[in-house]
Design a protein around this ligand. Sequence first.
Ligand SMILES: [Mn+2]
Length: 313
Amino acid sequence: MSDLDGILLFPHINMDGDALGSCSALCLALRSLGKKAYVMINEPVPKNLDFLECGCCTTDDSVLEDVQLSLMLDCNGIKRIPGREAAWERGRLKGCIDHHATASKDIRYDFTRIEPKSAATGEIIYRLIKDLGAEITLDIANCLFAAITTDTGNFQHTNTTSRSHEIAGHLYKVEGFNSKVISALIYDRRSKEALRLESAVLGDLDFYADGKLAVGKVTQDLLSQYGCTMDEAEGIIQRIMSIDGVEAGCLFKESSQDNVRASLRGRTYANMERVASRFGGGGHVLASGCTFHTTVAEAEKQLVPCLIEAVNV
Ligand SMILES: [Mn+2]
């Protein structure tokens, strides 16, 4: 990458802390090396991640005259960047840096760096920035810490490794770095409405398989009832997984564009990646997702039997 200039970075749709944090960190590092780089998005940055934007994001397809590289981060496959296909195609070279094992074959990449053992794409980006010889500035450290802390569930998920902690340890040494500030920006800016929405969803969970499976729904009706946007439903699936005895959790999110996203989580053995891939989705063994182009009720009818199967193995 060191000989390329004019680089567009692509986070996945419904960007999360890892996708945006990794993109902005790499973008800032590339710029510090004198390169032109942007993070190409086509949706608003979630409010709790606004500090990760760092002047990197653009919605303008023609922001760069010459795009030598289009680089997808924290995802793979053209379906993960809907609405940005034209911008993606502008790159003369195409690359992918990701930690999801489910590989999509709908793009021919010129190079990939896929490391399923990395807890976050941010871990791969940390090493890449070091390899490129760029300095880890405070902004970059904040982005990488946000990427790693969100994807590891604050270092609680099973994907967390000694390397996750080692990289975080290096970030703590960057002058001015304060993990508490970053955690508060991510987690402690929720609206009262979001908490009311969460309690409504949690109050209406369905349980199956002797309580091993819990299923919740965030519908457009609920969002308007509580005056919330879908990104304010972030975190509900983790609450579902905190229930004693729950081995698998599913949260249906009804989008305004006639589709339903199912977020899937496993605790120890339920293979959520396998379930998601049966419906064209993917992710990690214990954290996956898939999309249905139908109603929530129909999506539930199709998915719940497979989830019951996954917890009853
Ligand atoms: Mn990730």
